[in-house]
Design a protein around this ligand. Structure first.
Ligand code: SAH
Length: 400
């Protein structure tokens, strides 16, 4: 129906690209683009197949390998209206699925049909990340900011810039900063949020991601249900798991290689009136040393950074995950709880389960899987977009 897309510039894609869209995915790679007719970067485009059949509306990037990100199977006449509607729908969804927290992800890019936009809420602060040319366009930014302020009424909105993303999208450099909410010259960029009854200090301009690992929120609570005795939280960052474990355990040690992260972790422990030991160390070295020294624990959490950033690093990544699990299992007392996580999208849930299984076999231990978990519900998974599912979190009990 070319008439439907008459007002939009048109991008023609290959049969392979069209098949992918028919299967429900929302991306078309550059290698599947046949013609763009010189469409400007970051604009909304109509997508057609080789025979001219209209497939839907997308946002176009002139730089990314993901050239086309679909936003609708229809011809979109009012892009800003659609964006407003999508943001409202994302907020409404969270109202249904998010409990016991004032910090959560409000918009998760493709999974909320808003490709290129991430929005996190930390109590009265909103932190956003813009990942594509289309979302970076000034009028689109204005729509996003006005919709978020209207519905979430935050004290401030902060933008976190990932310079690498901007470089890849060929966008001009930009610095992180407040984009709304300056009060009489005072920049409000810090707050304290509460998750599962535990309080966390939040500084919008510091830290990794947009500040905290909100995707683990439900796993923190689950881990605390089984945790007991002496606990070790490896890759603890600002203490997300450690603080939850402290509710149930007699002693908790958190390990991370980042001193700034541990300083926040220590502040978080103080806010909650908990005593936790923080150790600044390389986790691999520390696990080896502690295992050699015969240390034992009743609960161990492993939550490393993504080792497999691409498909090509998968083998090395799997070895890394295995080594961690092996060492942790050696130190676990019978009846002990292992909470083992993997946030690499390139490692599938089955592959990770296998890593844990083989690790247990290698050290002649048996495990019962108590819970097989993933990311929190505010990080939705779209069944046809496998890239939206990335976090694995197994909770297992050592039976022998
Ligand atoms: N469990 C945390 C998130 C962990 S993110 C939470 O729930 O908030 C991964 C962490 O691993 C980061 O804090 C990073 O500083 C740390 N890290 C990365 N490599 C490390 C290493 N080799 N040894 C110890 N910590 C490491």
């Amino acid at each position: 129906m070319p008439s439907q897309s008459a007002s939009l510039p048109v991008v023609k894609i290959s049969r392979r690209g069209a098949k992918r869209l028919q299967e429900g995915h929302v991306w078309v790679y550059r290698s599947d683009i046949i013609s763009t007719n010189g469409v400007a970067q970051g604009t909304a485009v109509g997508v057609i197949d080789e025979r001219g059949k209209f497939l839907g509306t997308a946002l176009y990037s002139s730089a990314s390998q993901i050239a086309v990100r679909m936003i609708s199977s229809r011809a979109v006449k009012d892009l800003y209206g659609l964006l407003r509607e999508r943001i409202r729908a994302a907020i409404n969804y969270r109202e249904k699925v998010v409990r016991d927290t004032d910090a959560y992800r409000v918009v998760f890019s493709e999974a909320d049909f808003l490709p290129g936009l991430i929005v996190d809420r930390y109590r009265d602060l909103v932190s956003l990340q813009i990942l594509t040319q289309a979302v970076d366009a000034e009028p689109v930014r204005q729509v996003i900011v006005s919709e978020l302020s209207q519905h979430l009424k935050p004290a401030a909105i902060v933008e976190r810039v990932d310079p690498r993303v901007r470089e890849l999208e060929k966008l001009p450099a930009r610095t992180s900063g407040l984009i709304q909410g300056e009060v009489e010259g005072n920049q409000k960029t810090s707050t304290v949020f509460t998750m599962n009854g535990i309080r966390f200090a939040f500084e919008a301009m510091e830290g990794q991601k947009t500040g905290a690992f909100l995707d683990q929120r439900e796993n923190y609570a689950a881990a605390a249900r089984y945790a007991h005795g002496e606990a070790l939280d490896v890759f603890c960052y600002q203490g997300g798991f450690a603080l939850h474990l402290a509710q149930a355990c007699s002693a908790v040690t958190g390990v991370d290689s980042s001193r700034p992260a541990l300083e926040v972790a220590d502040r978080n422990a103080a806010i909650n009136g908990r005593k936790i030991e923080w150790v600044e160390a390389n986790a691999f070295d520390l696990l080896r040393d502690y295992a050699d020294a015969g240390r034992r624990y009743d609960t161990i959490v492993l939550d490393p950074p993504a080792f497999a950033k691409s498909k090509s690093s998968l083998e090395t990544a799997l070895r890394g995950y295995k080594e961690l699990n092996l060492r942790a299992l050696k130190m676990l007392r019978p009846g002990g709880i292992l909470v083992t996580c993997c946030c690499s999208y390139h490692v599938s849930p089955l592959q990770y389960l296998d890593v844990v299984r083989v690790s247990a076999q290698d050290v002649h231990r048996n495990l019962r899987i108590v819970e097989n978990r993933g990311q929190a519900k505010d990080h939705p998974i779209l069944i046809n977009v496998p890239e939206t599912e990335y976090l694995k979190c197994l909770i297992a009990c050592l039976t022998s």
